[in-house]
Design a protein around this ligand. Structure first.
Ligand code: PHE
Length: 437
């Protein structure tokens, strides 16, 4: 409640782990490999890297500044800086709602796959994985696992910012890195791994210059870095005044890039080790193609369980973050307790997932939601946040925030401010319009 002193994250490392926890999720592990597989492998990686540098990092800084300056939820933060811009906070809340409508369901798939790996059910039958996936989709189980995932998220968020969110990130993120590295090393020894590396690292420049590729890469940068929908605003509202925003955003981006590349290093060599599988498989890459690969390995259940555990950990630190956007909004704007805010968020998330699940079966609906958030709402949200902080806030606002009132000034600051003022918003606008035409 507003009378209590506001919570804050601990030191430098906590802040990085919590923000990286939000960033690293299905975006890096599931979305990145299949989009890269469809858009030229290394070519996509290159454009993605540039997108992170030119649009992702500046936009994240803008959100950090808004959140930390105001110490408020996304709506309250924008409103307290300028009444006329409070809609940007609402657009963030809308984004968090849309993501809640499908993210939990996909995260729930990995729960099902984890359980099925452990019980051995997945590998004991001869039913092709495509059929297993389809029959899973046709049953009630995705909804049930989706709800379980929402409840897991609820449990952590309801425990609070420090005891729940921060503690979870401190345990889960290191575990995630260890698992990912173990998997990458294991896959390197598979036959055909070299073929996969070749695919992932050979660059088709023609692909890199296509508007479609650039648009997808920018969308991926937003989605993967959790920017453009109030998430980093909300998290930064728990930062301390002496946290260095620039180094935090750099560290978070580097970690996200590293995990995306590692995910590619796990998935592409593995795909090429089984004849007949395609790297451009699409969203089902992780859920149909990978099990096929595990099946050919000794101890398939073990590796499969480890892999899906990885997806669960990564997704959970992300679901926590958009649950928190809504929880903080509900608690602070409607002046209810944090627990009630979390409960309201959980109920709404279950309802939205049910709408998605029962409304339409199959992947396409997910695709639509995913597209609206990643390729529309988030880019526009980020663009207007940059415009707001650079053109409509009082002069010096961004400089004050990113230098901690002059205490950590260096040469990068000038470059970042220039990008924020001109390059980032113009680039987002250009790509957005171009894609529309
Ligand atoms: N960045 C998260 C991921 O890659 C998704 C996310 C988007 C989380 C927006 C919060 C806000 O999985």
């Amino acid at each position: 409640m507003s009378e209590e002193p506001r919570a804050s994250f601990g030191g430098k490392l906590s802040v990085i782990l919590v923000a990286a926890g939000s960033a690293i999720g299905l975006g890096a592990l599931w979305r990145f490999p299949y989009i890269a597989g469809k858009h030229g492998g290394a070519a996509f990686l290159l454009v993605f890297l540039l997108s992170v540098l030119v649009v992702g990092i500046p936009a994240m800084l803008a959100e950090f500044a808004v959140g930390r300056r105001t110490n408020k939820n996304a709506v309250g933060a924008f409103r307290s800086l300028s009444k006329r811009w409070s809609w940007l906070g609402y657009s963030g809340v809308l984004g968090a709602l849309l993501i809640s409508g499908y993210y939990y369901l996909i995260a729930g798939w990995s729960l099902e796959y984890f359980v099925n790996s452990l019980t051995g059910g997945m590998f004991s039958s001869d039913i092709p994985f495509k059929e297993q996936f389809d029959s899973f989709q046709g049953s009630w189980r995705p909804m049930i696992y989706g709800v379980v995932f929402i409840l897991m998220t609820h449990f952590i968020v309801a425990r609070g910012v420090e005891k729940g969110i921060e503690k979870a990130a401190k345990i889960m993120m290191p575990a995630l890195f260890v698992i990912l590295i173990v998997m990458a090393v294991r896959v390197a020894f598979m036959p055909g791994a070299a073929e996969g590396y070749k695919f992932f690292f050979s660059c088709d420049f023609a692909e890199a210059f296509k508007v479609d590729t650039i648009m997808m890469a920018i969308g991926q940068a937003f989605f993967s870095l959790s920017v453009g929908m109030g998430c980093m605003v909300t998290y930064a509202s728990y930062f301390k005044k002496n946290n260095n925003l620039v180094s935090t955003s750099l560290n978070v981006s580097l970690l996200t890039l590293a995990v995306s590349v590692l995910a590619g290093l796990v998935i592409f060599p593995a795909v090429f080790s089984v004849p007949g599988l395609e790297p451009s498989e699409g969203p089902s890459l992780v859920f149909i193609t990978l099990p096929e690969i595990f099946k050919g390995m000794p101890l398939p259940s073990l590796w499969s369980a480890i892999f899906f555990m990885l997806v669960i950990l990564a997704s959970l630190t992300s679901t926590i973050s958009f649950h928190e956007v809504l929880t903080a909004y509900a608690a602070e704007e409607f002046k209810i307790s944090r627990k009630s805010g979390a409960l309201a968020t959980t109920v709404i998330s279950i309802a939205l997932s049910a709408v998605t699940f029962f409304g339409l079966f199959g992947i396409d609906f997910f695709d639509l939601f995913d597209n609206v958030t990643a390729n529309m709402l988030m880019p526009l949200g980020a663009m207007f946040t940059c415009i707001f902080v650079m053109w409509f806030m009082k002069k010096g606002f961004m400089r004050e925030e990113i230098t901690n009132y002059g205490q950590s000034n260096n040469r990068v600051v000038g470059v970042l401010l220039f990008m924020l003022r001109f390059i980032t918003p113009i680039l987002i606008f250009y790509i957005f319009i171009k894609n529309f035409l």
